[in-house]
Structure formats: structure tokens, C-alpha cells
Ligand binder design. Structure first.
Ligand SMILES: C[S@@+](CC[C@H](N)C(=O)[O-])C[C@H]1O[C@@H](n2cnc3c(N)ncnc32)[C@H](O)[C@@H]1O
Length: 468
């Protein structure tokens, strides 16, 4: 066995970095018609070598648009399996690849990863996985190497599995350390195991719709928080009730911040950083007058579509939430901050490899600025709910602790253990909510979210003006 192996993603503190030494995948001519494996390879190249978000890479990849139905589903399984198991895959390949493919060829590297995913995790017959990979690397000068590496991997995979610390390999070191510090090692392992499972589809019903009836119609399960969970759903728009706006797609954790607002009927609420609008829809359907503000016009378009489909209405504004103000102070603000989204890796496995400690530091400054401005919008006695779909404490509880330290006229309004059915396990010692992907084990998990509910105590002098 060679002892030289290519560096694993965890060695680099993140994904393979874009490098001018990589021969771009595009140098290889696309097969006609494109195969799912080729489309998957192209998308992987964009995500891992160019750090593009997975959803955008898929939307923009020409070969992906030319595959359909089962082929597209297969391509998606290939890509998500590589991203969820990247550490294990690179570690396994590292036992057999003498050195990184000559010229650091990104194309060959990703073909190897895709084939390894099939051999190790997808029960693809070895001859099929190996033959496809060798035929995809014809003309690269590395076909024989690919063939030899994959044959040896196929023979040794059983032993390799036993040797690997899969949990630790499947996240970069900085995330492993951060989560172990925040949640302890056993919970970190449980989070990582939950994140590599295919998540169910969660939907939120429009207020007034009957949960039991819809759970039965959609062959779903009513979760204790009111979300309907559908184990497998392929094409969302064809599901019963979608076209008529009876429900919208929303992870069970993402549905909780609006519930923390309590009875919103008749209240005026600013939804700051609102698009694509899941929380706006919840609050409007429950009788609130909502002003939905987001700086992205494109994402607000999706909010308009959602409002139209559900026959609900809200005021909207395209604006930077760090500076925007309502005409008069409002009853409440829901601030669902932009973040590194590390709590959503079940659905977006690319975030594990493409976010960095520097991104956490940079986005937390934006979160402080949004929080500071949000606080100026609320009437005395009014409420501010802060929500964030990151697992990093620097984007969650640390932002709130800093905010409360600087603002004596604000206080936590702790969430009671029995306040929202099904959330007792999520309530922290401070009375915030902290969901983890490892919650609801055996039932499909839940996205990682942090939420805090704050109340404006009145006109005590704000000691922090001018600071963040
Ligand atoms: C977590 S998403 C919001 C999800 C939304 N609340 C929902 O439930 O559908 C964060 C949003 O923040 C927006 N955003 C980022 N920076 C912003 C800023 N400075 N001002 C306003 N919106 C911003 C992004 O465009 C994105 O839509």
C-alpha cells in the first residue's frame, strides 16, 4: 500500500480550494447526450473546486438541464452522496492513489470520487462503477490508473470501513472542533450522522387548514409542533394542495420562530430578511399585518410567488435591513438572519465543505448590524425574535448575549418548556430554542436552528448607541 495520500478536505480546513493548477473539467468533451455521471461530475467540480452553492451549480450546469426523470434523480444522489461522505471517500482513495492525478486534474479526481461513492455507499455492482469511470477518463492519460485504483478500492472497502472514523472524516476539522466545544463529542457525532441521512419533506399548513386531514391526504405524519412530515416526495408542485396554496415547504425548525411570536392577529410585524417568505406566510395567515423586507430582489420574487399561490398579502420592500426603517415603530420584528447555514447540511451538504471560520466571523458582523437596526423598529413593550439556521454559537447565542449586554432596555422573554408542543427538548437553560439535526432521532431529524425571544422593556437609555 502506498503511504502517500492526497490531502483530505479536513486537512485543508475546508473543501479542495480552487486552484489555477486544476485543469478545468470543461476541457473534457461532454458525452452526447450527457450522462447522469457526467452531469454529476460537472456539478461536483463547481461545488468543490469553485465553491459554488450546490443549488446554483445544478441550476446553471448545461448538462444537468439535458438529463431528466430518473437520470436526474440518480445524478442528484451521486452528488449528494459524495458531498455527505467526502471525507470517507477521499480517505479511502488516498490509500490507493500514489499522488493526486497528474496536473491536479479536477475532472479525474471527481470521477474517482463519484465511482468511490457508488462502490462504497450505493451498492452499484463494482464492474459497472469501474467501467463507467474508466470510460469517462478515456483520453486523459489516466484511464489505467483510475481502473487500478477503483479495483483495489472495491476489494478493500470492507476493511477500510472498519478502520475509518466516519463521523470525524465527514466534516472539516474546524467544524468538528467547534461542534465538540459547543455540544460535546457524543452530540457532535449524532449531528454528523443525522446530517448524512436523506431528509424528509416538511410542510407548514396555512392557518385554518386541518392538520389530521392533510396528514392523511399527503400520506404524511403530523409532528408534535404542527409540521406535516412526508417521508419521500419527488415533485413538490404535483402534491395535493400545493397549487391551491394550502401549505408550503418549510423545515419543522424553520416553522418555530413565527410560533414564538404568540398570537399575532392584528399586530404589525416587520419580517426582516424575509425571502423566500416561509415565516411571512405563517404570520400573515395567522392574521398579522406583515412588512417583509429583504435586500435580494430575486429572492423577493419567490416571496411574491408564494404569496400569490397562497392568496395571502403582505407589504414588501427591497432594502438593506441594516438601514431600513418602518414609518412608525411596530409591535414586533422577526429577524431571520443571513448566516453560514451549517444547520441545514441535511438538505445542503455543500455547506459543510464550503463555509469557513472566516465566513462565520464576517457574517456575525452583519448579524450584529441587522440586530441593532431591528431593535430600533420595535415599540416599547414590543418583541424581537432572532432566528438563525447555523450551528455555530458565534452566530446564535453569542450575538444575543452581546446584544443584551449592550442594551439594558432589552431582556429575554424565555420560552417555556410547555409553550410550544414538542419543543421541550429544544429549550436551553437561558430560555432560548436550540434545535439540532440529531433531535427527533429515528423520525428524520430536524434542521439546526437557534432562536431567542427578546422584549423591549421601555425607554431606558440605550447605553450602546453608536456601537455594534
Ligand atoms: C435565512 S434567509 C431568510 C429566510 C426567510 N426568513 C424565510 O423564512 O423564508 C436570509 C435572508 O437574508 C437576506 N439578506 C442578507 N443580507 C441582508 C441585508 N443586509 N438586509 C436585508 N436582507 C438581507 C437574504 O437575501 C436572505 O433572503
Amino acid at each position: 500500500m502506498p503511504n502517500e495520500r492526497p490531502p483530505r478536505p479536513s486537512d485543508r480546513g475546508g473543501a479542495s480550494r480552487p486552484s489555477s493548477a486544476f485543469r478545468p473539467a470543461r476541457a473534457i468533451r461532454a458525452p452526447q447526450p450527457p450522462s447522469p455521471r457526467y452531469a454529476a461530475q460537472q456539478v461536483l467540480h463547481q461545488v468543490l473546486d469553485r465553491r459554488r452553492p450546490l443549488d446554483e451549480a445544478i441550476l446553471e450546469e448545461p448538462s444537468w438541464t439535458k438529463i431528466h426523470g430518473r437520470d436526474r434523480g440518480f445524478a442528484r444522489v451521486l452528488v449528494t452522496t459524495v458531498l455527505r461522505r467526502l471525507g470517507q471517500i477521499d480517505d479511502a482513495l488516498g490509500h490507493f492513489v500514489q499522488r493526486e492525478p497528474e496536473g491536479k486534474d479536477a475532472y479525474v479526481k471527481n470521477v474517482l470520487r463519484l465511482a468511490a461513492a457508488q462502490l462504497m455507499f450505493l451498492d452499484t455492482p463494482p464492474h459497472a462503477a469501474v467501467d463507467q469511470a474508466t470510460s469517462m477518463t478515456r483520453g486523459t492519460g489516466m484511464k489505467s490508473m483510475v481502473n487500478a485504483v477503483l479495483r483495489r478500492l472495491s476489494e478493500a472497502r470492507g476493511t477500510l470501513f472498519k478502520e475509518q472514523d466516519a463521523d470525524k472524516l465527514n466534516v472539516p476539522d474546524w467544524l468538528w472542533r467547534s461542534w465538540c466545544d459547543a455540544y460535546g463529542e457524543p452530540t457532535t457525532r449524532a449531528i454528523i450522522r443525522a446530517q448524512i441521512q436523506e431528509p424528509p419533506l416538511d410542510i407548514t399548513l396555512r392557518a385554518g387548514e386541518h392538520p389530521d386531514i392533510w396528514a392523511e391526504r399527503l400520506k404524511g405524519r403530523l409532528m408534535p409542533t404542527g409540521t406535516i412530515r412526508i417521508p419521500r416526495a419527488s415533485h413538490v408542485p404535483s402534491l395535493l394542495g400545493f397549487g391551491q396554496g394550502a401549505w408550503w415547504v418549510q423545515d419543522a425548525a424553520a416553522a418555530l420562530p413565527a410560533k414564538l411570536m404568540g398570537d399575532v392577529a392584528g399586530k404589525t410585524i416587520v419580517d426582516l430578511a424575509a425571502a423566500p417568505g416561509g415565516k411571512t406566510l405563517q404570520m400573515v395567515a395567522a392574521g398579522a399585518k406583515v412588512i417583509a423586507v429583504d435586500q435580494s430582489r430575486e429572492r423577493l420574487e419567490r416571496l411574491f410567488e408564494n404569496l400569490e399561490r397562497t392568496n395571502l398579502s403582505a407589504d414588501t420592500d427591497v432594502a438593506d435591513g441594516r438601514y431600513w426603517k418602518p414609518r412608525t415603530p411596530v409591535d414586533a420584528v422577526l429577524l431571520d438572519v443571513p448566516c453560514t447555514t451549517t444547520g441545514t447540511a441535511r438538505r445542503h451538504p455543500d455547506v459543510i465543505w464550503n463555509k469557513t471560520p472566516a465566513a462565520v466571523a464576517s457574517i456575525s458582523q452583519m448579524q450584529d448590524a441587522l440586530l441593532k437596526n431591528a431593535a430600533t423598529m420595535v415599540k416599547p413593550g414590543g418583541m424581537l425574535v432572532y432566528a438563525c439556521c447555523s450551528l455555530q454559537p458565534e452566530e446564535g447565542v453569542k450575538r444575543i448575549e452581546g446584544f443584551l449586554r449592550r442594551r439594558p432596555n432589552w431582556a429575554r422573554q424565555p420560552v417555556g418548556k410547555g409553550e410550544i408542543p414538542g419543543t421541550a427538548d429544544f429549550v436551553t437553560a437561558d430560555g432560548d430554542l436550540r434545535t439540532l439535526p440529531s433531535h427527533w432521532p429515528g423520525q428524520g431529524g430536524i434542521d439546526g436552528f437557534y432562536m431567542a425571544r427578546l422584549v423591549h422593556k421601555g425607554p431606558v437609555k440605550d447605553s450602546s448607541e453608536g456601537s455594534t
